[in-house]
Design a protein around this ligand. Structure first.
Ligand code: NDP
Length: 386
C-alpha cells in the first residue's frame, strides 16, 4: 500500500479486533486509527487506544465511561460511552471500518458506517443476517464497499474475482463441523459450555464458538452468502471439511471449481480485505499441504445439527424471518453459556420461536431492530431468562 488510510475497529477488544490490530501493528505507516470500540472491557480498550494513538475510544456500556475517561486522562484521546456514541463513532467514517462487534448489537453502528460510503470489512455476520435486504440496499445507495472477512465469504469473494455470478453452478461453504461433529445425539444433550467453546481449528470468541458447535454458524453463513452473492439459494450448499484448509469453493458452469485455501488464521482473510484490491504480507506460516497430508469432506448431518436446515428455511422465507432466527439463536446461546439450557435446546428453542413469530418484512433499520427486540423477548421467555 502506498498511502496512509484511516481505520476504525468496531469490536476492537474481541478476537477479530485483535487479529485486525495485529496487522495494523505490523504496518504502522499504512494506517491511522480513527475509532476503537468495546462493550465493557475498558482496560483492554484503553490499552489499545494508547498503543495505536486512536482518535476516539468508545465503550458501549455507558456506566463504564468514567473508568475509560480515567484510564485515558491526559492522553488527548477522545472518549465516549453508550449505544448512541457507538453509532456516532461509526458515522464519523473511515477509509476502512472493520465491523467486528458480535451479534445484532453491531447492526446500527455498521449501518452508520455504511452510510458514510467507505469500505466496510464485515465480520459481524449477525448484522447482515438480520438486516439482509435493508443493509444491501444501503450499501448500494451510499456507494459503500462491503468486503467480507468471514473466512468462507472472503474465500468465495476471492474465487468470484473476474467471473460473473451468471456462470456460477454452485457455491460451496465449507464447515469444520465444530468440536462435536462426531458426537452422538445422546452425547450432545450433555455437552457443556467449556466443551463447546473449545474449537478444534480456530481460536474465536465464545458466541461464534458455540455457533460453530451447533452449526448455526454455518446456517448464519448460508444466509450471509445469500445476501452477499445472490446466485439463488438452490446454488448454495454446505460441506463438512474437518481440516478447515479449503475455506470455500465456487463451481462454474464449465465444471471448473475454484477454491481458496489457507491456514486457519483470521489474519489471512482480514489482510485480504484490508489490502483489497492489492495484497499484503501476513505473519502466518505458509500452508504445508504435504504436512497436512489429507483433506476430507463429508455431508452435513441435519438430524444431529438441525441449524443449517432452520437457516435455509429462514432464508427461503426471507423478510424478517432471518432476523428472528438470529435473535432467537443469540438468546439461546447466552442461555446455554449461562447454564440455563442444555446444548440441544439451542436449536429446538430457535425452531420454537420461528414457529411462533412471523413478522412482516422490515423496510428500515428501525423495523429490523423492532423484529430483533420482539424475537429476543419471545426467546427469553422460552429460555426462562426473561
Ligand atoms: P468476541 O466476543 O471475541 O468480541 C466481540 C467484540 O464485540 C468485543 O470487542 C466486545 O467488547 C464487543 N461487543 C460485544 N457485545 C457488544 C455490544 N452489545 N455492544 C458493543 N460492542 C459489543 O467476538 P469475535 O471477535 O469472535 O466475533 C466478532 C464477530 O465476528 C462476530 O459476529 C463473529 O460471528 C464474527 N466472526 C468471528 C470470527 C473469529 O474468528 N472470531 C470468524 C468469522 C466471523 P468487549 O470485549 O468489551 O466485551
Amino acid at each position: 500500500m502506498t498511502t496512509m488510510r484511516t481505520i476504525s475497529v468496531l469490536g476492537a477488544t474481541g478476537s477479530i479486533g485483535a487479529s485486525t490490530l495485529d496487522l495494523v501493528r505490523r504496518n504502522p505507516a499504512d494506517w491511522r486509527v480513527a475509532a476503537l470500540t468495546a462493550n465493557g472491557n475498558v482496560a483492554e480498550l484503553a490499552r489499545l487506544a494508547v498503543e495505536f494513538s486512536a482518535e476516539l475510544a468508545v465503550v458501549a456500556d455507558e456506566a463504564r465511561l468514567p473508568e475509560l475517561r480515567d484510564a485515558l486522562a491526559g492522553t488527548g484521546i477522545e472518549t465516549a460511552g453508550g449505544a448512541a456514541a457507538l453509532v456516532e463513532a461509526a458515522a464519523r467514517g473511515a477509509d476502512v471500518t472493520v465491523a467486528a462487534i458480535v451479534g445484532c448489537a453491531g447492526l446500527a453502528p455498521t449501518m452508520a458506517a455504511i452510510e458514510q460510503g467507505g469500505v466496510i470489512a464485515l465480520a459481524n455476520k449477525e448484522a447482515l443476517v438480520s438486516a439482509g435486504e435493508v443493509m444491501t440496499a444501503a450499501v448500494e445507495r451510499h456507494g459503500a464497499t462491503l468486503l467480507p472477512i468471514d473466512s468462507e465469504h472472503n474465500a468465495i469473494f476471492q474465487c468470484l474475482q473476474g467471473n460473473s455470478l451468471d456462470h456460477v453452478r454452485w457455491i460451496t461453504l465449507t464447515a469444520s463441523g465444530g468440536p462435536f461433529r462426531d458426537w452422538s445425539l445422546d452425547r450432545l444433550t450433555l455437552a457443556t459450555p467449556a466443551q463447546a467453546i473449545k474449537h478444534p481449528n480456530w481460536d474465536m470468541g465464545a458466541k461464534i464458538s458455540v455457533d460453530s458447535a451447533t452449526m448455526f454458524n454455518k446456517g448464519l453463513e448460508l444466509i450471509e452468502a445469500h445476501y452477499l452473492f445472490p446466485v439463488g439459494l438452490d446454488k448454495l450448499r454446505i460441506i463438512v471439511h474437518p481440516q478447515s484448509v479449503v475455506h470455500s469453493m465456487v463451481e462454474y458452469r464449465d465444471g471448473s471449481t475454484l477454491a481458496q485455501l489457507g491456514p486457519s488464521d483470521m489474519r489471512v482473510p482480514i489482510a485480504s480485505a484490508l489490502a483489497w484490491p492489492e495484497r499484503m504480507d501476513t505473519p502466518c506460516a505458509p500452508l504445508d499441504l504435504a504436512e497436512i497430508g489429507e483433506l476430507t469432506f463429508r455431508k452435513p448431518d441435519e438430524v444431529r445439527f438441525p441449524a443449517t436446515r432452520l437457516a435455509r428455511e429462514a432464508a427461503e422465507a426471507g423478510g424478517g424471518i432471518p432476523a428472528v432466527l438470529n435473535a432467537a439463536n443469540e438468546v439461546a446461546v447466552a442461555a446455554f453459556l449461562g447454564g440455563q439450557i442444555p446444548f440441544t435446546r439451542i436449536a429446538a428453542q430457535v425452531e420454537d420461536v420461528l414457529g411462533a413469530y412471523a413478522p412482516p418484512a422490515p423496510a428500515s433499520l428501525s423495523d429490523v431492530l423492532a423484529v430483533d427486540g420482539e424475537a429476543r423477548a419471545r426467546a427469553s421467555m422460552l429460555a426462562g431468562t426473561a
